[in-house]
Design a protein around this ligand. Structure first.
Ligand SMILES: Cc1cc2nc3c(=O)[nH]c(=O)nc-3n(C[C@H](O)[C@H](O)[C@H](O)COP(=O)(O)OP(=O)(O)OC[C@H]3O[C@@H](n4cnc5c(N)ncnc54)[C@H](O)[C@@H]3O)c2cc1C
Length: 315
């Protein structure tokens, strides 16, 4: 049976949802081997017990806080050489894509990024040009290195790893750039934008008042996003911008309030499963991609939606 390596994705000692999604895609292809490269390995290991994973490998001997993507890609390359997997799957975060790029160079293989679907023949589906074109691609040289966009699949429950091995690794530290220090971003209680199942975004139509956007997001347990007009105006952090030059999101539900739907914004949210748009202009292009649209003033519509959600939750 063929095996597929997945790189366990984690944040602050917690395995992310992306890992379960990687395992789900991997299990379509064969036996899933989850590789843990983290100083939190002992915390992460038990969290894999319900995922579709056959085996875990913990890379030891590397201080991952100190050496980051260089060490990680070198360790993965060594495991690829040892185990000859059919593919390596990595979460499509900025860091994941950097690791994937470095790994592909190290093992002289092709790479596909931001994949939203993967079949048993390793043919990948990507959504490009702002979601207007769907591309099917396959790696034709080496061991495919594939990054998977978050929320692309409903993660399945598995019986967890049956075996484990430690992989002692000595990193030569030959990085050309090195992280000198790092500090976790100060976070509110909301989910991470690219991982959230629901995103509520506000645009220029908010006129700088994101309170109704945030209230609906909190009622739904959603992340908050913003258009570039809103981030450029300084109303919301650039880190929460959705679009071509911001984050790409693909949640189950995307609510766009006071956002016109420029192609550059749509590039970052068009693959959302259900899109709801609230805009007072019935001709706004966002309605072209919306599954449900409300023509109206967001300051009237959003509070009603929030009240409706809150009432349903408490009934
Ligand atoms: C190279 C490049 C990269 C870019 N990258 C991005 C990107 O990553 N993300 C991004 O978002 N944009 C990006 N842009 C900018 C993009 O082209 C648009 O300018 C931007 O998305 C517009 O933001 P907006 O929809 O909030 O504002 P607008 O286009 O001004 O639309 C505001 C909307 O709000 C509606 N509205 C106003 N008041 C209300 C109200 N009270 N209630 C309901 N509706 C109301 C209006 O009818 C209008 O449709 C990029 C542009 C370029 C050139």
């Amino acid at each position: 049976m063929i095996s597929v390596l997945i790189l366990v994705d984690s944040a602050e000692g917690k395995v992310t949802k992306a890992t379960a999604e990687l395992a789900t895609f991997g299990s379509r292809l064969g036996e899933v081997i989850a590789v843990i490269c983290s100083s939190d390995a002992a915390l992460l290991l038990p969290q894999l017990s319900t995922m579709a994973i056959s085996k875990t490998i913990t890379v030891t001997g590397v201080e991952f806080g100190k050496f980051s993507t260089g060490a990680l890609s070198a360790a993965l390359a060594a495991i690829v050489e040892k185990d000859s997997p059919a593919a390596v799957l990595i979460a499509s975060s900025a860091r994941g894509k950097e690791i994937a790029g470095r790994l592909a160079v190290r093992i002289d293989s092709g790479i596909l990024t931001d994949v939203i679907d993967l079949d048993a023949e390793l043919v990948a589906t990507q959504s490009v040009f702002g979601g207007s074109t769907t591309v099917h691609s396959a790696v034709v040289h080496g061991t495919p290195v594939i990054t998977i966009r978050g929320n692309s699949v409903e993660a399945i429950i598995g019986s967890g790893p049956l075996s484990h091995e430690d992989f002692p690794f000595i990193y030569d530290g030959a990085d050309r750039a090195r992280v000198i220090s790092q500090a976790p971003a100060v976070k509110g209680g909301r989910p991470e934008l690219t991982e959230a199942a629901i995103v509520v975004s506000g645009g220029k139509g908010t006129d700088g008042n994101f309170a109704p956007v945030e209230a609906l997001a909190d009622a739904l347990g959603a992340a908050v996003g913003a258009s570039r007009a809103a981030t450029d105006a300084g109303w919301y952090p650039h880190s929460l911008q959705v679009g071509q030059t911001g984050k790409t999101v693909s949640p189950q539900l995307y609510v766009a309030a006071g956002i016109s739907g420029a192609i550059q914004h749509r590039a970052g949210m068009q693959t959302s499963k259900t899109i709801v748009a609230i805009n007072k202009d019935p001709e706004a292009p966002i309605f072209d991609v919306a599954d449900f649209g409300v023509v109206g003033d967001l300051f009237a519509v959003l509070p009603q939606a929030t009240a409706g959600v809150t009432a349903r939750k408490s009934s």
